[in-house]
Design a protein around this ligand. Structure first.
Ligand code: FAD
Length: 328
């Protein structure tokens, strides 16, 4: 009988990502309703020390695949390792953050296990009788669908920054158990040999706590200068609407929305962005939204917590000065 929850914990270069702590925290919260153990699974190279600390977020067990060939992500390698862990643990649910890596992995693992999958969930409910249901935005966020699974394990992709990180057992630590591989990497058909950062790589909008995003209202590529200045003061990433990316003013990596990245930062500035449904689909789960637009009727104001009606070229520099003083 499947029981407990498995949380996939993403790392890069031996350092756990925030999404790893969030996956374990979410699993620990579900455990209060569902029962069973929370098992954190970490795949990488030189990760056992960092993995042990996941107990603080509620992991009862920490299982690692720690090998040179896991230093870089490969779908087939990580997928086979996670599948092996699943078969050995037999969980009721598998939580995988819906990051770029997690989305890729969740699809592979669900297909390989012939398991139900709910992607990009922003809420999960469980009951003591083992029933789990997951809520996911559909039709570009216009509606919500509650998804029920008819078999276990239920693979749940969780939208980053929505569920939150909670230290359920502050200071706790468990010894990471190393699981020996029962598969050959020869079966993995695509292996990543090297990853090099792009020149002048900027902070990724998908990882940032604060995003300063600009839309067509910025006018031209150079119009982003005041937004970059505000982002620098706040340690924020610079995001963009699709109109801006289509115009070639910013790289596609910065695009937020249905055909860009889905983000849920603590603070999102929408500067000169009208608030088209396809843009909202990527940012409306942000914790606090500040909209700056010279059109008081712009739809972005309907989803914003704070709205400033005005010219962004006056408002953004004024905000930058105010933050500089406040943070000095
Ligand atoms: P506009 O809609 O032109 O808005 C510009 C805003 O700037 C206006 O509200 C204006 O009042 C304001 N403004 C102008 N000057 C100033 C100023 N000086 N100060 C303050 N405000 C000013 N869009 C995305 O963003 N992300 C997506 O992933 C995405 N995916 C899509 C997928 C599909 C299939 C389709 C059909 C569309 C998609 N779009 C996406 C496009 C989307 O429909 C909108 O066209 C786009 O979001 C508009 O971008 P914008 O808000 O920057 O521009």
């Amino acid at each position: 009988m499947p029981a407990g929850i498995l949380a996939f914990c993403e790392q890069r270069g031996g350092q756990l990502k925030k999404a790893a702590q969030e996956a374990v925290s979410t699993a620990a919260k579900l455990k209060t309703d569902l029962g069973g153990d929370v098992t954190a699974v970490v795949i990488g190279k030189g990760i056992q020390g960092a993995a042990a600390g996941l107990a603080a977020y509620g992991a009862d067990r920490v299982v690692c695949f720690d090998q040179d060939h896991f230093a870089l992500y490969s779908t087939g390698g990580y997928g086979r390792a996670l599948m092996q862990a699943c078969k050995s643990i037999d969980p009721a649910a598998i939580i995988i953050p819906a990051t770029a890596m997690g989305k890729d992995l969740a699809a592979w693992v669900a297909a390989s296990l012939d398991a139900p999958l709910a992607t990009d969930c922003d809420a999960i409910e469980a009951s003591a009788n083992g029933e789990i249901k997951a809520c996911r935005p559909v039709y570009a966020g216009k509606a919500k669908a509650w998804v029920h699974a008819s078999s276990a394990p239920f693979v749940l992709g969780i939208r980053p920054n929505v569920f939150g990180i909670v230290e359920h057992q502050p200071g706790a630590s468990v010894d990471a158990e190393v699981m020996a591989e029962e598969f050959s990497m020869d079966a993995v058909r695509a292996i990543v040999k090297d990853i090099s950062a792009a020149e002048n790589a900027e902070l990724d909008v998908a990882e940032a706590d604060i995003i300063v995003a600009g839309g067509r209202g910025v006018g031209k590529a150079e119009g982003f200068a005041p937004l970059e200045e505000l982002a620098k003061v706040l340690g924020a990433a610079v995001g963009a609407s699709r109109a801006v990316v289509d115009a070639g003013w910013r790289d596609h990596a910065a695009q937020v929305g249905q055909t860009g990245k889905v983000v849920s930062p603590k603070l999102y500035f929408a500067c000169g962005i009208s608030g088209a449904i396809q843009h909202l689909a990527g940012m409306q789960t942000s914790q606090v939204i500040v909209a700056i637009n010279k059109d008081a009727e712009a739809p972005i104001f309907k989803v914003s917590n704070y709205g400033i009606v005005g010219d962004l070229f006056e408002v953004v520099p004024a905000l930058t000065e105010a933050f500089k003083k406040a943070l000095a």
